[in-house]
Design a binder for this molecule. Structure first.
Ligand code: FMN
Length: 215
C-alpha cells in the first residue's frame, strides 16, 4: 500500500513538474538508445482499435535541424534541444491490422481466430472511413502518444516542448512525407538551460460539469 502511494506521488510530481521548455543546453546530448526507450514507453499509449497510427522522425543531426528551423518558424529550441521528434499520423494504419493482431495471437494475448476476426473487422471498418475521419483519428492518437512521450521524458529528468508552430507542407517537403501521413506535432527534447515558466489553468468549476453540461 505504502509503495503504491509512493508511485502515485511520484507520477503526480512528474505531471506537475512538466513545463514547456524553450531554452536548452545545446551541449547536452541524449543517446539514441534512450530516445528508443522513451519511444517504447510512449507507444504504450492507447490508440483506436490499437492500430497505433503514430510514426516518428527522430532528428538529432544538426544540419537537418538547421533545415527544420525555418519550417518551425525559427523557434530556437529546434536547433538547441538535443533532439526534435516529429510525430506523424498514418491515415492508413488499418493496413497493419493483420500484423498487429497476428502479433497479439502469436504472443498468446488472444486466440488466433479471434485475432483474425478482429483484424478483418478493423481493416474493413477503418478502410471505408473518409480520409478526414482517418485524419481525426490519427491526430487524436498522435496527441496521446505525444503526451506520453513528454511525461516519459520528464520522468527521466528531461525537458520537452510540444510545437504546433510549424508549416506542415514544409515539413512534408523536407522529409518527403507522402499524403498518407499527417503531421501531428514536433516535440523538442533535451535538458533545460532555463527552466520553463509555470503556467496557470482555468479553475475546474469552469471546465468540468457533473452529470450534464451547463457551459
Ligand atoms: C498542440 C500544441 C502546440 C504547441 N505549439 C507550441 C509552439 O509552436 N511553440 C511553443 O513554444 N510552444 C508551443 N506549445 C506549448 C504551449 O504554449 C504550452 O503547452 C502552454 O503554454 C502551457 O504551458 P506548459 O506546457 O508549460 O504547461 C504548444 C502546445 C501544444 C499542446
Amino acid at each position: 500500500m505504502a509503495a503504491e502511494l509512493k508511485v502515485e506521488q511520484e507520477f503526480s510530481k512528474v505531471i506537475r513538474e512538466r513545463r514547456s521548455v524553450r531554452k536548452y543546453d545545446p551541449s547536452w546530448k541524449i543517446s539514441d538508445e534512450e530516445i528508443k526507450e522513451l519511444l517504447a514507453e510512449a507507444t504504450l499509449a492507447p490508440s483506436s482499435s490499437n492500430l497505433q497510427p503514430w510514426r516518428f522522425i527522430v532528428i538529432t543531426d544538426q544540419e537537418i535541424k538547421g533545415k527544420l528551423l525555418p519550417v518551425a518558424f525559427n523557434q530556437a529550441q529546434v536547433t538547441e534541444a538535443s533532439a526534435v521528434i516529429a510525430v506523424l499520423g498514418d491515415t492508413e494504419a488499418y493496413s497493419n491490422a493483420e500484423a498487429i493482431y497476428g502479433h497479439a495471437s502469436a504472443n498468446g494475448l488472444m486466440p488466433e481466430d479471434v485475432a483474425a476476426a478482429m483484424a478483418k473487422r478493423s481493416r474493413e471498418g477503418y478502410s471505408s472511413l473518409p480520409k478526414e475521419k482517418l485524419e481525426d483519428i490519427a491526430l487524436v492518437d498522435g496527441g496521446l502518444v505525444s503526451m506520453q512521450l513528454m511525461l516519459a521524458a520528464r520522468a527521466r529528468g528531461y525537458d520537452t516542448v510540444p510545437m504546433g508552430g510549424f508549416d506542415p507542407a514544409g515539413l512534408k517537403e523536407l522529409f518527403q512525407i507522402s499524403d498518407r501521413y499527417i503531421p501531428v506535432m514536433l516535440i523538442a527534447l533535451g535538458k533545460a538551460s532555463v527552466e520553463g515558466r509555470p503556467t496557470g489553468r482555468l479553475p475546474l468549476e469552469e471546465i468540468a460539469y457533473w452529470n450534464g453540461f451547463q457551459a
